[in-house]
Design a protein around this ligand. Structure first.
Ligand code: SAH
Ligand code: SF4
Length: 441
């Protein structure tokens, strides 16, 4: 999400004539695009801002802008704490960052964090006008062949621990035609892999009308439509809340050939009591049924998840449930976090907080077992032939990605360049990547 927002800001700035600087020391503008999902990310922003105060002193006219979720939540408080900030721009205000920076020139410390009631995601397109197409032409030469396309923003779920509904506002789905137009434009610029992006893509089209004729339209409909756009070689999406995962959507993995066999399905915890307190609205058994169904449609699907350890009230037994989840699902990989209190969330008021050292022990135990399982899962690929899309040239050869989202290193001379598809035979598996050798066709 933040990565896509950074792209949007950099496109908007390119249209206003800005060029990217490689070094903070000679930048006229520094934007910190911040995340407040966990306390650690927020602390990093504060220390970076401290460092920037010194840089700004020695560089006349430099502007410092804070964007993203910390900006949205902290607003004026940020400028009070750090008066050298020129602009605070909220999650829904990034589209006109160029104008806002001009305003901040006149009144430094400018705050733009309004969330409009009738907010609709602006129709941001890479080449909207003659002028902008000139400005962005150079930038559109793809440095990556994979792009995110936002399909919705905000979230109405209010999981007890989560700050997103407060920092990104209510859930709004983008119009189908706007999404299709953007995918077409992105593909025309050379991109081959599209990831549809939203906090809970499964509920796409449920909170507002997304079609011109007013008819209902689901996320599965969107997947089918996007998959048919010529040039979309690979299609992915993220993220999904299990509570809204329909059979129709799971079946897409069987029916859509260019939908990659990979699914990120955050479970958060393996105990019904904890899931209930988290307000996740599914049980362990329901989640496992979804996994079975997914595998019945797509036996090779690579599953990954998000886990929170040490949610308030989590007992040893609850945590064992989470460990068991690993054994039962055998995820290819996971993102795991220690629970962290976020301002304004319901769980920050819960009293039965788990001590820090217990959270740390649980996290280490979880990650160690996940690493073993990832390795076991990856070893299954050894001996298999896979198609990879090249992402980078490395010192040893090239690096690419399988449709199951595994990185493959090919350590031999090849004429392949980023964006090419080549076939390799996997001969080695590590926890986080694979090694393959070229197949001579
Ligand atoms: N919309 C996605 C999640 C977005 S946030 C979903 O519903 O699955 C990404 C991940 O950050 C979450 O899945 C969760 O595991 C983690 N996270 C969110 N808030 C957290 C908190 N307060 N403490 C620790 N981890 C948190
Ligand atoms: Fe946060 Fe829950 Fe919404 Fe995901 S679904 S963004 S975890 S509130």
């Amino acid at each position: 999400m933040n990565e896509r927002d950074s792209e949007i800001m950099s496109q908007a700035l390119a249209m206003s004539g800005y060029v990217e600087s490689m070094d903070i020391e000679d930048a006229d503008l520094v934007i910190l695009n911040t995340c407040s999902i966990r306390a650690k990310a927020e602390q990093k922003v504060m220390s970076l801002l401290g460092m920037l105060r010194k840089v700004k002193k020695s560089r006349k006219g430099m502007q410092i802008c804070v964007a993203g979720c910390v900006a949205q939540q902290e607003g004026e408080r940020l400028v009070e704490k750090m008066p050298h900030i020129d602009l605070v721009v909220g999650t829904q205000n990034i589209y006109n960052i160029g104008d806002l920076l001009e305003k901040a020139r006149v009144s430094p410390g400018y705050i733009a964090i309004g969330m409009e009631d009738e907010y609709a995601i602006p129709r941001f397109m890479p080449n909207e006008s003659e002028d902008s197409s000139k400005a962005s032409a150079e930038r559109d030469v793809p440095t990556t062949f994979r792009k995110f396309v936002t399909i919705m923003q905000g979230c109405n779920n209010y999981c007890a621990y989560c700050v997103v509904p407060y920092t990104r506002g209510r859930e709004v789905s983008r119009k189908v035609s706007d999404i299709i137009d953007e995918v077409k434009a992105v593909v025309a610029s050379g991109v081959k892999e599209i990831t549809l992006l939203g906090q809970n893509v499964n509920s796409y089209g449920r909170t507002n009308i997304v079609t011109d004729n007013g008819l209902p339209y689901t996320f599965s409909d969107l997947l089918h439509a996007v998959s048919k756009i010529p040039g979309v070689a690979r299609l992915r999406f993220t993220t999904s809340n299990p509570k809204d995962l329909s059979d129709e959507l799971m079946k897409c993995f069987k029916d859509i050939p260019n939908l990659c066999p990979q699914f990120h399905l955050p479970v958060q915890a393996g105990s019904d009591a904890v899931l209930k307190k988290m307000n996740r609205k599914y049980s362990v058994e329901q989640y496992l049924e979804l996994v079975d169904t997914l595998r019945s449609y797509c036996p090779d699907i690579a599953l990954s998840t998000d886990i929170i350890v040490g949610f308030p009230g989590e007992t040893d037994e609850d945590f064992q449930g989470t460990m068991e989840m690993l054994e039962r699902v055998r995820y290819h990989g996971s993102f795991s976090f220690k629970y962290s209190d976020r301002p304004g969330t319901r769980s920050s008021d819960f009293e039965d907080k788990v001590p820090e050292d217990v959270k740390t022990t649980r996290l280490i135990q979880f990650q160690a077992r996940q690493d073993e399982i990832s390795l076991e899962q990856n070893r299954k690929y050894v001996g298999q032939i896979k198609e990879i899309m090249i992402e980078a040239i490395t010192d040893e050869g090239v690096k690419g990605r399988t449709s199951s989202n595994h990185i493959v290193h090919v350590n031999e001379e090849s004429t392949a360049i980023p964006g090419d598809f080549i076939r390799v035979e996997i001969y080695h598996a590590g926890q986080h990547s694979l090694k393959g050798k070229l197949i001579q066709e």
